[in-house]
Design a protein around this ligand. Structure first.
Ligand SMILES: CC(C)(COP(=O)(O)OP(=O)(O)OC[C@H]1O[C@@H](n2cnc3c(N)ncnc32)[C@H](O)[C@@H]1OP(=O)(O)O)[C@@H](O)C(=O)NCCC(=O)NCCS
Length: 353
C-alpha cells in the first residue's frame, strides 16, 4: 500500500499578556535572573490571566494557523488537542475548542502526553491520514500552568505595582521555586493536510514508562481518593506539581540522544542527514547536552525557551510556527522531533516536512 503523505499547510501561536521576567518573579519567590538563566536558559514567560483557559489560548493559535493555511474552519475534519492543564478535569478541552472555532461536531481527541504530546500527535495524525479517517487535521497544544503557580499575589509580578510578596507568602512559594520558574503559558497550532507530495512521518520511536510517573506529578485531585478533592488538599499544596528536576534532567540527557541514534540507525540515516532538530524546550541545558552529544551544529537545533519557558504540550508547535514563519524551517526538509514529558513519555520522530 502506498503511504499517503501529510504536510503542514498553516501554523500559528499565541501567548497571553505581557512577559513576566525573572526579575519580576524575584518579587514573589527567592530567586534571581542569574540562577534561572544559568540553570535553564529562561529569561521570561507568559501567564494566562485568571478565567482564561487552554481552550481560549488554543482558539487564538488555531485561528492564526487557519488564517495562514487560507482555509475555512469548516475544512477541518479532525481536532487533536494536547494539554496537561485542561479547562476541566473532564471533559477534555478539544471539543470546547471545536465549539469556539464554530465547528461543533468535528471529532476532537484529547492527547495527554504532556511535553511529549507532539510525538504521539504525529503518530495519530499519520494513522488518521493513512486510514482515510481525516484529510485536514488541526493539531493544537496549549497550556495554562498559571493555575498551579505557588504565589497568590499576582499583582506583585507587575513592576508598575511597586510591591513584593509578604515574607510569609514568599516562604510558602519558595517551597516550589525549582518548578515554578520553568513553566510558561501559551498555545501553538498546526493545520496538516493529506498530500501526494513526499512528506509526512518517516519513522518514530516512542516509549512510556509509568514507573517514573512521580518524577513530575500533581499529588492532589486524583480519583484514587474519595472524594477526589478534600477540603484540606489546598492547604497541603496538593494542587501544585512535585518535581524531581535532577532525575528528569538525567532521564532526558541519556534517553533522548540514545533514542535519536536508534531511530536513525533503524532508518539507515546518519544524524548529519537531518536538516533540523525540533526539540521540546524543557531546559536549555538539556538541549545543549543533547546537541553536543549528537554532534549537531547550533543552527540546526533552534531554541526559544528564553522567551517562553517550558510551555509543555504547546512547545513544539510554537517552535514550528516561529521557525517556519522566519523561513528557517521549510517544506522538503527532514526534521527530527525530540521530546520527553512526564509519564514518563519520550522519543523521537522523523518528519519529512
Ligand atoms: C529544575 C532545575 C533547573 C534545577 O536545577 P538543579 O541544578 O537540579 O538545582 P537543584 O534543584 O538541585 O537546586 C540547587 C539549589 O538551588 C536552589 N534553588 C532551587 N530553585 C531555585 C530557584 N528558582 N532560584 C534560586 N535557587 C533555587 C535549591 O534550593 C538548591 O539550593 P541548596 O543547594 O542550598 O539546597 C533542573 O533540575 C531542571 O531543569 N531539571 C529538568 C526539569 C524538567 O525538564 N522538567 C520538565 C520535564 S517535562
Amino acid at each position: 500500500m502506498t503511504k499517503i503523505g501529510f504536510e503542514i499547510i498553516g501554523t500559528g501561536h499565541y501567548v497571553p499578556g505581557e512577559p513576566v521576567t525573572n526579575d519580576d518573579l524575584a518579587r514573589v519567590i527567592t530567586t534571581s535572573d542569574e540562577w534561572i538563566y544559568q540553570r535553564s536558559g529562561i529569561r521570561q514567560r507568559h501567564y494566562a490571566p485568571d478565567g482564561v483557559g487552554v481552550s481560549d489560548l488554543a482558539c487564538e493559535a488555531a485561528k492564526r494557523a487557519i488564517a495562514s493555511a487560507r482555509i475555512a474552519p469548516s475544512e477541518i475534519d479532525y481536532i487533536l488537542f494536547a494539554t496537561m492543564t485542561p479547562d476541566y478535569i473532564f471533559p477534555g478541552s478539544g471539543a470546547l475548542l471545536g465549539a469556539k472555532l464554530g465547528i461543533p461536531g468535528v471529532p476532537a481527541l484529547d492527547i495527554r502526553q504532556q511535553c511529549a504530546a507532539m510525538l504521539f500527535g504525529l503518530q495519530t495524525i499519520d494513522g488518521l491520514i493513512q486510514t482515510g479517517a481525516a484529510k485536514t487535521i488541526l493539531f493544537v497544544g496549549a497550556e495554562a500552568h498559571a493555575g498551579f503557580m505557588p504565589w497568590e499575589d499576582w499583582g506583585a509580578l507587575d513592576p508598575k505595582n511597586g510591591r513584593s510578596a509578604t515574607p510569609e507568602a514568599r516562604a510558602h512559594a519558595d517551597r516550589h521555586r525549582n518548578l515554578a520558574v520553568l513553566f510558561g503559558d501559551g498555545s501553538g497550532a498546526l493545520v496538516l493536510r493529506a498530500t501526494d507530495r513526499d512528506a509526512g512521518l518517516r519513522g518514530n520511536k516512542i516509549c512510556s514508562d509509568g514507573r517514573f510517573a512521580e518524577l513530575l506529578f500533581v499529588p492532589g485531585g486524583g480519583f484514587r481518593s474519595r472524594p477526589y478533592w478534600k477540603p484540606t488538599s489546598f492547604d497541603e499544596d496538593l494542587h501544585i506539581p512535585r518535581m524531581d528536576g535532577r532525575e528528569l534532567f538525567k532521564f532526558a540527557v541519556t534517553k533522548l540522544p540514545a533514542t535519536a541514534r536508534e531511530l536513525c540507525a533503524s532508518q539507515g540515516l546518519a544524524i548529519e542527514q537531518i536538516d533540523v532538530f525540533l526539540a521540546h524546550q524543557a531546559n536549555g541545558r538539556i538541549n545543549e547536552h543533547i546537541r553536543k552529544d549528537l554532534g549537531v551544529p547550533v543552527e540546526k537545533l533552534p531554541s526559544n525557551i528564553d522567551r517562553f519557558g517550558n510551555t509543555s504540550g504547546a512547545t513544539v508547535p510554537i517552535l514550528i510556527d516561529e521557525e517556519m514563519r522566519a523561513g528557517r524551517v521549510k517544506k522538503g526538509q527532514l526534521a527530527m522531533v525530540l521530546a520527553l514529558g512526564t509519564g514518563v513519555h519520550w522519543g523521537c520522530a522523523l518528519w519529512k516536512l
